[in-house]
Write a protein that binds this ligand. Structure first.
Ligand code: HEC
Ligand code: HEC
Length: 204
């Protein structure tokens, strides 16, 4: 229905909004490996697998989404002090290369510690909550939560990061150019948020 069309629109318009000017490589441009070793790996790991749940996994995330988030941090559209410092001096070509690098890495899912909660999360993910008006997440993030283009992959992500981001959308500390996530999560209950994190973190 309309939400599916909305998702397609986000994907399509997002593509147009992406900066086209990537520029030619400068002689002094740092290689992806240098950048990952010197910076990203300290928090996200060399393979984007982030062993600490404080930091999101970047492995297997969609390259377009990664690129957009890096620009969002750079432009201050998404606010996070740790990330802002990391991206401030990156060129557009470096941002693109980093996004491609992490996107190409395999992701290892977590093991859900509570299978009953994960089942409940699966139900909400696939069907939403018709009573409280929560839209099925699968409408946009896909049946296996792999996302597409600017719709992030959620499968295999740390549960606590997923919970934190949902709270950030609810209290609007995470703003997005299109506000879809704000209305989607507005009526999610706390136990539903925890259940979604459990389900998604264990998904391959
Ligand atoms: C000092 C720790 C730290 C370092 C170093 C770091 N990050 Fe991050 N990164 C974070 C944190 C914390 C978040 C989550 C921010 C939030 O909650 O909004 C994050 C989020 C991200 C996201 C958004 C992921 C998503 O699913 O939305 C991307 C992309 C990212 N980092 C890429 C990088 C890259 C590329 C580098 C290296 C150039 C890097 N980070 C270095 C701490 C770090
Ligand atoms: C109408 C489409 C749509 C629906 C439905 C939707 N999402 Fe999203 N979601 C998005 C978009 C678009 C983004 C990326 C926002 C951005 O660019 O910052 C996103 C981002 C997220 C993120 C942040 C991921 C990251 O790596 O930082 C989480 C977590 C999330 N959604 C969870 C959910 C859950 C759980 C549901 C179901 C209750 C849901 N979404 C339903 C469109 C949707």
């Amino acid at each position: 229905m309309r939400l599916a069309a909305h998702a397609a629109l986000i994907a399509a318009t997002g593509m147009l909004a992406l900066p086209l000017a990537v520029g030619t490589a400068h002689a002094d441009e740092r290689s992806v490996r240098q950048l990952v070793e010197a910076r990203c790996q300290n928090c996200h790991g060399m393979e984007g697998q982030s062993s600490s749940p404080n930091y999101p996994k970047l492995a297997s995330q969609n390259a377009e989404y990664l690129q957009r988030q890096l620009f969002n941090f750079k432009l201050g559209k998404r606010r996070n002090a740790e990330m802002k410092a990391q991206v401030a001096d990156l060129s557009a070509a470096e941002v693109q290369a980093l996004a491609n690098y992490f996107s190409s890495k395999p992701i290892i899912a977590d093991i859900a510690f509570d299978p009953a909660l994960a089942d409940k999360g699966r139900e909400i993910y696939l069907n939403g909550n018709p009573v409280t008006g929560v839209t099925a997440c699968a409408t946009c993030h896909g049946p296996r939560a792999h996302g597409a283009l600017f719709l992030p992959r959620l499968a295999g992500q740390h549960a606590s990061y997923i919970e934190r981001q949902i709270h950030a959308f609810i209290d609007r500390t995470r703003q997005t150019p299109d506000m879809v996530m704000h209305s989607v999560v507005a009526t999610l209950a706390e136990d539903e948020i925890i259940a979604l994190g459990q389900y998604l973190s264990g998904l391959e």
